[in-house]
Ligand binder design. Structure first.
Ligand code: ADP
Ligand code: MG
Length: 259
């Protein structure tokens, strides 16, 4: 096999560990997300899911193991056989390629939907305003909000705000999208519209890691499911397989609560 035929995974974690003080939050996590795949990360509160996403997105630095995004080591620079902490400027540059959507929508309240979306492309990427506006309108249409360009967040429902947040992340043309419980703060009747947008995004070939308790979404959309508890990967595999036939007591106990 030549180098070109060996596909570099989008995310590859190899024995990744992370502590806060004496609290070891990630204990030797290993997982792989290939290009175009959707991985659902599930597990009880406090199991380290958000911390893992934050490590991928340069918001936390791993203590041990290797975390690679698109073949590039995250958080460190390798020179010879030594590791050096990555310069913040380089970390910021790498983070631009990763979109993140949080439980709370985090839109700028004093900006319209459109202004929220064009802000980063113009300011961070130097995209011309006209081009950024055209793109933002396309993205708003794509998330079903073509008529809300001039609305302020306060005048949008939680589901609409979250869809704007997704459009805003997509405006940076990310190669990877991270979702941290994107529907957990929503009223139940608004969850579906956000999951539908995420499903369409998955179908378009976006690589995604989704922390969620929405097992219907995991079953239908995800290529793999990883169950974490206490900072370890307890089990992982095909979502339908794991959900219908969980092998570990901890997975069974968790699923009996969320299904
Ligand atoms: P999850 O997203 O699965 O609920 P988190 O990754 O948020 O879990 O948290 C895992 C553990 O790490 C928790 O015990 C939490 O208190 C701790 N933790 C998370 N972030 C920090 C931080 N910045 N400083 C100290 N402890 C933290
Ligand atoms: Mg969390």
């Amino acid at each position: 096999m030549t180098a070109a035929t060996v596909e570099i995974p989008m995310v590859h974690a190899d024995c990744v560990s992370k502590s806060f003080g004496s609290n070891e939050v990630l204990k030797s996590i290993s997982l792989t997300v290939k290009r175009g795949e959707v991985l659902c990360l599930v597990g009880p509160s406090g199991s380290g899911k958000s911390t893992f996403l934050r490590c991928i997105n340069h918001l936390e630095r791993v203590d041990a193991g290797r975390l690679m995004v698109d073949g590039v080591l995250v958080g460190y620079e390798e020179r010879g056989d030594k590791l050096y902490e990555l310069h913040p400027r380089e970390a910021a540059r790498q983070r631009r390629d990763i979109g993140m959507v949080f439980q709370r929508f985090n839109l700028f309240p004093h900006m319209t939907a459109l202004e929220n979306i064009v802000e980063a492309p113009i300011r961070v990427k130097g995209v011309k305003k006209d081009a950024a506006v055209v793109r933002a309108r396309e993205l708003l249409a794509r998330v079903g909000l073509g008529n809300k360009a001039d609305a302020y967040p306060a005048h949008l429902s939680g589901g609409q705000q979250q869809r704007v947040a997704i459009a805003r992340a997509l405006a940076m043309d990310p190669k990877l999208m991270l979702f941290d419980e994107p529907t957990s703060a929503l009223d139940p009747e608004l969850v579906g519209e956000v999951l539908d947008v995420m499903k369409t995004l998955a179908e378009s070939g976006m690589t995604m890691i989704v922390v969620t308790h929405e097992m219907g979404f995991a079953r239908e959309v995800a290529d793999s499911l990883v169950f974490m508890d206490g900072g370890v990967v307890v089990e992982s595999g095909d979502p339908v397989e794991v959900l219908t036939n969980p092998q570990h007591k901890r997975t069974q106990a968790f699923l009996s609560k969320v299904l």
